[in-house]
Design a protein around this ligand. Structure first.
Ligand SMILES: Cc1cc2nc3c(=O)[nH]c(=O)nc-3n(C[C@H](O)[C@H](O)[C@H](O)COP(=O)(O)OP(=O)(O)OC[C@H]3O[C@@H](n4cnc5c(N)ncnc54)[C@H](O)[C@@H]3O)c2cc1C
Length: 411
């Protein structure tokens, strides 16, 4: 009989691990506390995403997973000619390439990029020190405002005054390769372009999926997990079987005594405007206002505000008109087709209060990949080489799978 693995948590890390383990011949059960899969990267009941999720061409593990579940085609590059960015302070509308390779064309360079500024970026990409990003770029305010701050807030979900330059360096280093800086978004949404195909692939691979199955506690004996207490049930974990926890840090810390995890988190706010007749899919950046990124899809317009410490306390009644006025300016600046009425369309806000750990200066605690003989850990926060992202989650799921597949028959 094939050895059983209980994967707990159906976010990206758990989905990646469950699929790989099942395809390697393990009898996999996936336990998820919520009624839906996707975790922090999920579709809401009304079909909108909990928040806009973007991938880069450099995110190889995430793209590998999308290919594995047959969903790669659903992720498209809305701005192949460079990211349109509007500075709300002076009205400057430009296209900026995220890839340094494209900066040979002066039209695609970040504003304020000088030789010294380029060296400062290079210094962060090859880090020997770790300082707040704002401090490293203090002598290059235009470059900071127009390029580095939007990138930092998007990738690290942390304000530049506290964000770690070494963590940003992990991102910058990956942008250099050919195609690495291509920005991709889900054409229709996280449901149709990620979660639904992932669940179909898991089912086809024989994974048993249990929703509403919250891991309350684990029984340990002789340095291994002996039982899982899920919802009302308790499950024995017999010799040779294994457990893979793909949980957010606060849940992992609750379940494993003494586990050190990141404790400070940052919120992300998304505003979803219900409006028809816009599109095709576009992705615009805004500087100097409330909205940071605007995703336009034929089904609606979504605004992302990362590191939203203050904004996530503000009511939607005041957020929506502020963001909509900015969106209209961006739509005009980049001549987006469609009617952009003056009055804000119906809007709902999604406030993810613990969207990611804060990536402040200093390294977070290093999570053990296999804290016990038959227990492996995954989750975005367990991957030290990247900030907490889909890519980190996918890489952690792959790594935890490898660890379990290497276990001997008497695990
Ligand atoms: C609004 C927002 C926007 C983002 N934008 C981007 C982006 O553009 N690009 C990017 O790369 N990343 C982005 N991220 C980060 C990305 O979503 C996460 O890094 C990634 O989804 C984390 O996946 P995970 O599997 O590690 O954890 P999670 O998604 O947190 O999955 C953990 C799962 O475990 C379940 N669970 C929790 N406790 C239990 C329990 N006791 N028993 C059973 N199940 C349990 C949860 O319900 C959840 O489904 C964003 C995040 C948010 C919130």
């Amino acid at each position: 009989m094939s050895r059983a693995v209980h994967v707990v948590g159906a976010g990206v890390a758990g989905l990646v691990a469950a699929l790989a383990l099942a395809r390697a011949g393990r009898a996999v059960t996936l336990h998820e506390a919520a009624p839906v899969a996707g975790g922090r990267c999920r579709a809401l009941p009304d079909g909108t995403d909990n928040g806009t999720h973007a991938l880069m061409g450099a995110n190889r593990a995430a793209l590998r997973f999308l290919a594995d579940i047959g969903a790669a085609e659903g992720w498209i590059e809305p701005e192949p000619a460079g990211l349109p960015v509007l500075d709300l302070a002076d009205g400057a509308a430009r296209r900026i390439a995220a890839s340094p390779l494209a900066w040979r064309d002066p039209a695609l360079r970040p504003p304020g990029l000088t030789a010294a500024g380029f060296l400062a970026l290079l210094g962060m990409a090859l880090p020997f020190t770790d300082k707040p990003v704002a401090e490293v770029l203090a002598k290059h305010p235009a470059l900071l405002r127009g390029f580095v701050e939007p990138l930092t807030v998007a990738a690290l979900n942390t304000p530049v005054a506290e964000a770690s330059s070494a963590r940003l360096g992990q991102v910058l280093r990956r942008l250099g390769g050919a195609g690495a800086a291509r920005l991709l978004v889900a054409r229709e949404g996280l449901g149709p372009n990620l979660v639904t195909p992932a669940l179909a692939a898991l089912q086809a691979a024989g994974v048993a999926i249990r929703f509403g199955s919250r891991l309350r506690a684990m029984t340990q004996a002789d340095g291994r997990i002996a039982a899982l207490h899920l919802g009302e049930d308790s499950l024995a974990v017999t010799e040779g079987d294994a457990v893979l926890l793909a949980l957010p840090p606060w849940e992992a810390a609750r379940l494993i005594t003494g586990l050190k995890v990141p404790e400070r988190h940052a919120p992300i706010l998304n505003l979803h405007f219900a409006i028809d007749g816009v599109g095709p899919v576009r992705f615009l950046g805004l500087v100097g206002g409330l909205a940071q990124w605007v995703l336009v899809r034929p089904s609606g317009v979504s605004v992302t505000v990362s590191a939203a410490d203050d904004e996530s306390e503000e009511p939607v009644d005041t957020l929506a008109p502020r963001a909509w006025a900015e969106i209209r300016r961006a739509a005009a600046a980049f001549a987006l087709p469609g009617a952009w009425p003056e009055a804000p369309p119906p809007c709902h806000a999604v406030k993810e209060r613990r969207a990611t750990p804060r990536h402040a200066v200093g390294f977070p605690p290093l999570a053990p990949r296999r804290p016990m003989r038959n227990l492996a850990l995954a989750g975005d926060w367990t991957w030290p080489g990247l900030p907490a992202t889909i890519e980190a989650a996918a890489l952690s799921g792959e790594a935890a799978t490898k660890v379990l597949l290497r276990l001997g028959p008497t695990a």
